[in-house]
Write a protein that binds this ligand. Structure first.
Ligand code: HEM
Length: 493
């Protein structure tokens, strides 16, 4: 950009920020309190590399409803269970829309996506299809065999590493396993083998999409600058997502070809979606099917994989908790038999371990940002239409008034408290709550305990030689990853 263009852009930014500041100052008495915004950038400089940490600190000063000005994007950060309940339950409808980032607009994804559509008829129809044709207990029971086969592949791989004394990259192993569990359920194929180039490429692609989705993009904070894509983030996102679009597009075309050739039917979501698109009940285009499969693959894989990796890190770091979880598996399942999905309900300690991981390392620390549909009165405040809402679930999982020893890993806290993650207990909402609650809970609730059970049932784990202490640093993204991927050596137990 030449100098005069920079001057024009900056002047426009200053004028808009000034108008905004005036507009908000007029309403200031009704808005939640918050740190004083600087001209133009607002509170942007206060986010830091780990915004969930920085905003948790600020919430201690300003309270559970806090105003932030991110350029022109007015945001309210919600940091207590009571405040979250007001937004996600009491005023569920009023805050049911989504903020659309420039990245989400890539290939017009936001116009057809289950994750980004406003909560209207099209969105309701997509959720109904997922609920009835993929995520009901009946469908999940029917597809258990597919998942069991993928878990057997994980077990074989662990056995091979154990025999060779080789360290397992647990981040990669859990990612490949969830990816294959998801692609088996969605379109009956396995897309990647352990330690293959395809596996590395998939992981890198998902990580890039996750970090580009939250990379601070000037276009998101000053929408009039969006078309200029000043940092090239939109172009990069478009490039990275092209690979996944191509992959899913090819899978759909091949299936259409097989259907025309009257090949035997597959019992997966894609076959059902194509049936639905040929029927008259729903208006489902091939484009919508492609974007829906993409949403499910992206929403289901990285979240579950990262949770399984954090679970292993916490269990390795806390050997007495690992021993308790292994003892429970041994007494319920036995040493010889393989764990099955029907065993999960008989494993309360393992379930408590996973709840504690959700509390300590919520996989989606701000949920997926919501947006106010209209001006809405919440308690003493009026939250204006189009406000972005971030629910900082990470912040209140550290609150000592809600949890004893909040920073220590204590699965036992869930054994004597009847708290679940189905969106009713606002102290623990890793999947959100209200109408936009994650529809994938029933699948995640089977994949996660099964993956962890396979990893620990027949193996003890030791860190690689020379590694004395586990680094538990977090790396912020749409999904909260470990900064240092977990590697450990499985030993036959
Ligand atoms: C550990 C695993 C998972 C976690 C922690 C998780 C978490 C979340 C969260 C926090 C949201 C946003 C809720 C809100 O806006 O308030 C969400 C939405 C969503 N999740 Fe999950 N999820 C997981 C697994 C899955 C799986 C396995 C699937 C697919 C089968 C899935 C599909 C979706 C979809 C489609 C949405 C968007 C829903 C909408 O906007 O209406 N998720 N998830």
């Amino acid at each position: 950009m030449d100098f005069s263009a920079v001057v024009i852009v900056l002047s426009l930014a200053i004028i808009t920020a000034w108008f905004n500041a005036l507009r908000h100052r007029r309403r200031a008495k009704l808005l939640p309190p918050g740190p004083y915004p600087l001209p133009i950038i607002g509170n942007f400089h206060q986010l830091g590399n780990n915004p969930h940490h920085s905003l948790a600190k600020l919430a201690k000063i300003y309270g559970p409803f806090m105003s932030l000005h991110l350029g022109q994007l007015y945001t309210v950060v919600v940091s207590s269970p009571e405040a979250a309940k007001k937004i996600l339950q009491k005023h569920d409808q009023a805050f049911s829309s989504r903020t659309i980032s420039a990245a989400a607009e890539s290939r017009d994804h936001h116009k057809v996506s289950l994750v980004f559509l406003p909560a209207g008829d099209e969105w309701r129809q997509l959720r109904k299809i997922c609920r009835e044709h993929m995520l009901s207990n009946r469908c999940l029971d029917a597809s258990e065999g597919l998942r069991q086969a993928k878990l057997q592949t994980l077990l074989d791989y662990l056995q091979k590493c154990c025999d060779g004394g080789q360290a397992v990259n647990i981040a990669e192993a859990t990612f490949i396993t969830t990816l294959n569990l998801m692609t088996a359920t969605l379109f009956s194929i396995q897309v990647a083998e352990f330690e293959s180039d395809a596996a590395q490429e998939f992981k890198a692609t998902f990580e890039s999409l996750s970090s580009l989705s939250v990379a601070p993009n000037i276009g998101d904070f000053f929408p009039f600058l969006k078309p200029l894509d000043l940092q090239g983030i939109q172009k990069k996102f478009q490039g990275v997502s092209a690979k996944i679009h191509r992959l899913i597009g090819d899978i759909i075309n091949e299936r259409l070809h097989l259907r025309r050739a009257l090949a035997p039917r597959r019992s997966d979501l894609l076959e059902t979606l194509l049936d639905i698109s040929e029927g008259s009940e729903f208006d489902l285009t091939t484009k919508t099917i492609k974007h829906l499969l993409l949403d499910l693959l992206f929403a289901g894989s990285d979240t579950s994989a990262s949770t399984a990796e954090w679970t292993m890190a916490e269990l390795i770091k806390n050997p007495e908790k690992m021993a308790k979880a292994k003892d429970e598996l041994r007494s319920v399942v036995g040493s010889e038999k393989q764990v099955r999905e029907s065993d999960i309900s008989k494993l309360p300690y393992l379930r408590a371990v996973i709840k504690e991981v959700f509390r300590c390392h919520p996989p989606v620390p701000f949920l997926v940002p919501h947006k106010a549909v209209d001006d809405t009165q919440v308690g003493d405040y009026v939250i204006p239409k189009d406000t972005q809402i971030l629910v900082n679930v990470w912040a209140y999982s550290r609150d000592p008034s809600l949890w004893y020893n909040p920073t220590s890993f204590e699965p036992e806290r869930f054994l004597d408290r009847n708290i679940d993650f189905n969106g009713q207990d606002f102290e623990l909402i890793p999947f959100g709550s209200g109408r936009r609650i994650c529809p994938g809970i029933p699948l995640a609730d089977r994949m996660l305990p099964m993956m962890v059970a396979i990893l620990i049932h027949n193996f003890d784990w030791k860190l690689e030689p020379g590694v004395k202490k586990l680094d538990m640093t977090e790396k912020f993204g749409v999904v909260l990853h470990r900064a240092v991927p977990l590697k450990a050596i499985p030993i036959k137990s």
